[in-house]
Design a protein around this ligand. Sequence first.
Ligand code: HEC
Length: 474
Amino acid sequence: MKLLRFILAVSLPLMARGQVVFTRDIAPLIHSRCAGCHHDGGDAPFPLLTAADAQKRVRQIVEVTAAGDMPPWLPMGTDGQFANERRLSAAEKELLRQWLADGAPEGDPSLLPPMPEFSHEWQCGAPDLIVEMPTPFLIPADGPAIYRNFVIPLPHGAPQYVTAVEVRPSSRAVHHAFVRAEKASATMVADAADAAPGYAGMASFGPGALPAADAFALPSVQREAYRRLLPEGRKSPPEMLPGTAGALGAWVPGFKVPPLPADTAHRLPEGSHLVLSLRMVPIGKPQHERTRIGLHFARQPPAREIIPVPLNTFRIVLPAGSRAEEARAKFVTPVPLSVLSLWPHAHQLATMLEVIAHVPGAEPRRILDIREWDFDQQQPYTFREPQQFPAGTRFELCVRYNNSSTNPANPTVPARTVRFGESLRDEMALVILQTTLPNPTDRPSLNLALAASRDRMFSGLLTGLLEGPPSPPP
Ligand code: HEC
């Protein structure tokens, strides 16, 4: 066995530096790529800082890094297009594997780099305003995962322009969190109607605005839902997806708040409140969750406002047992757009999610490429530098689903036909592009195109859901 290891080591370029040791080779990697979450008080369940920490789990470390499960990061590609990208390179994975093959030696202690330090202060400095869940929510010791929304009022006269939002859950039972700004009162009514703090589900239209997905199969129900969402004489609601359109902040373990470009901010519509959505998974001891949210405001109206551009479809029909059904959505921008970040969202049957930008006269460019969707790890992805797209660019979203029992994440086994819906038993296909306009006078043209896109999507409510699988893209 020793001989085999020796031969392996000889055959590798690493041989040049001899045996792979913790202090010189592994510590710099683990300190920079793992310890940010894996330290005492960090977001991961155990520390990975010292040789002993890493030796204890070396097999598991090699397994999870080889499989791409750690560090957690869904998009493919290692070209660093996204801020805070975490995917390990092939060489880094190989280094860990070789350390195991060499017997995971510690090495010369004098080569150990200084221990990294971790701050648990607010990431963007002291927030201008800190708000929190009005009352704690009791997460039981065990039981199924809980998805719940909490209305968090903002003080009267709070400033309108937000430059950063940091979400800080109080317990380890929280797996991911989203914050949006909203004016609709439906969420407040729902929160009040339910005795416990918050309300259940994922209702971004306001609970009850859409019927349960099963009922969607009936045209009369579809028509009624459509009618209820629309004011007189309109083809689509004035504020399509009021929830998601106001996407402000997120949290997953280790999440770093991406800074906005200079002189850019989200505008909070006057009189809005925050809605915090939490996915919570019991951890064996009851927890009183009370998430805090820190907001930073612009001192004056910024030059550029964030404009959310949703790629979204209601045409999702996934027959029971189907393994590769797809849903597609697109948006063609009539004006140049600067794309800051991508916020993907789907539920537990999704397996693949991608966004392709078709720039006129250029090769299609895959700007988001997730080959193994994981509901728990969803988070926004922010480009290091905002990406510029000319007028006429077509953004296409494609989500693939596995609605069979071969999908371990399938919440309903045996499988049933699944349609669009906001319950976790239903599915969604949504990516919000957070954009700004290089040329602010283009706003009316963009607004018109967004309204037309909403109208098309809503007419899908009437026509799309009965036709079987979604039609191929035009
Ligand atoms: C962004 C935060 C984050 C980073 C960075 C990170 N981890 Fe983790 N890690 C976690 C969390 C959270 C868990 C617990 C996972 C769970 O409970 O599902 C975990 C679990 C693990 C586990 C246990 C896996 C299991 O199946 O129980 C191993 C091993 C691990 N991490 C290794 C690493 C290594 C090695 C690195 C660096 C190369 C790394 N992690 C980087 C957050 C992180």
